[in-house]
Design a protein around this ligand. Structure first.
Ligand code: ZN
Ligand code: ZN
Length: 236
């Protein structure tokens, strides 16, 4: 079976990305991707970043979630018809606090109903499980590109590991060797916010191109590979 080229962590102008959703679909479709997930931010409201995002209307909230999902479904149909590319709707639950020890981001993939980032983590995980959504710990270790690192889950991994279907072992150009050494199930994602973020870490999955097969493959995590998707040669 050939491997599917996948990126499960992508932002658009629905939150803090700079590229509109249809253009994002075209960028990934034309680059030959098999599976993508759009994961715009749902912010917690008890942080400065979160409340600013809401004021600027740059967040997925309970009010605009149905519209977000409707447009994602429309784009998913177009992505499949035009590029044979599977698009899975998702969000990034984004809890930012002044302390990087408290901050954490989580992808919920194949989400059907809105989940608030103001809920406690255990409640968020229960809600995601109830919807059979995939739960992925994002950039769980020190990165080069975040304003603040998001270390909460890594620092409490014994307590939370059972809630996660996968951990990002790589995000954009960062590689978290501590995650790979821990034997947790892994994914590698671009955390796309602008066009040149296409060139970043990706996941290769040995499964069929449908949502259930992709979810099962990530949960099982057998034969999952990661790759750096480069623009041209490394020396150019
Ligand atoms: Zn994030
Ligand atoms: Zn992100």
């Amino acid at each position: 079976m050939s491997m599917l080229l996948c990126d499960f962590h992508i932002h658009t102008t629905w939150s803090d990305g700079s590229v509109e959703l249809p253009e994002v679909v075209d960028i990934y479709g034309q680059a030959g991707f098999d599976v993508i997930s759009i994961t715009d931010h749902v912010y917690n409201s008890d942080s400065t970043i979160g409340s600013w995002a809401e004021r600027l209307n740059k967040t997925i909230a309970e009010e605009n979630f149905p519209r977000y999902l409707e447009i994602l479904e429309r784009e998913a149909e177009r992505a499949m018809a035009r590029y044979g590319m599977l698009l899975i709707p998702g969000v990034e639950i984004t809890k930012n606090y002044l302390s990087e020890e408290e901050s954490a981001h989580v992808l919920l993939l194949n989400l059907k109903r809105y989940v608030s980032a103001d809920l406690g983590w255990e409640e968020i995980f229960r809600e995601a499980r109830g919807q059979d959504a995939l739960v992925v710990a994002c950039h769980p270790h020190h990165t080069d590109h975040e304003i603040h690192d998001t270390l909460y889950f890594w620092n409490h991994r014994q307590k939370f590991a059972s809630y996660f279907d996968a951990w990002e072992v790589a995000n954009r150009t960062d590689l978290f060797s501590v995650v790979s050494l821990s034997n947790y199930p892994i994914l590698a994602n671009g955390d796309f916010h602008k066009a040149n973020h296409l060139y970043s870490w990706k996941t290769l999955l040995p499964c069929l191109k449908n949502v259930e097969a992709v979810k099962e493959c990530i949960r099982d995590n057998r034969g999952v590979a990661i790759t750096m998707f480069r623009n041209g040669t490394a020396r150019s």
